[in-house]
Design a protein around this ligand. Sequence first.
Ligand code: NI
Length: 167
Amino acid sequence: MAILKILQYPDERLHTVATKVSEVTDEIRTLVQSMAETMYAAPGIGLAATQVDVHQCVIIIDISDTHDLLHVLINPEITAASGKSDYEEGCLSVPGIFEKIRRAERVTVKALNIKGKHFILEADGLLAVCIQHEMDHLIGKIFVEYLSQLKQTRLRKKLTKQQRRVM
Ligand code: NI
């Protein structure tokens, strides 16, 4: 296991579209362990493989306060979605920025678990928001890209300045 480097917006690599995992191997399990370690250390409640520059369809989520309810979704697919929710989202790849984003309130997702077995997860509230946010990473989309072009331009300028100040 290792703490992995998290790509920072507007790094172009965050726009890479991930490929499906063909088989859940020990390599994938090691990746998931390192991703979990990285997410808990950050700390964050979700992480997509894309963010650690691995372009395979793997996301992890843990919205618990106790850090012991890890969801691992490999090749996730949303099979049903309903309702609308506006939640103020943040992202480990866009530090310090929080914006309200509209998403589905409830989703049903099918995915593979760490053992390579199919499962179905029905989620609502924060878990549903987080699943949609992380799945967006897999298609190269960052949550701030739902904002207007003007807001995105301002944001990029602000983030560039922030990066300059770090010694
Ligand atoms: Ni994110």
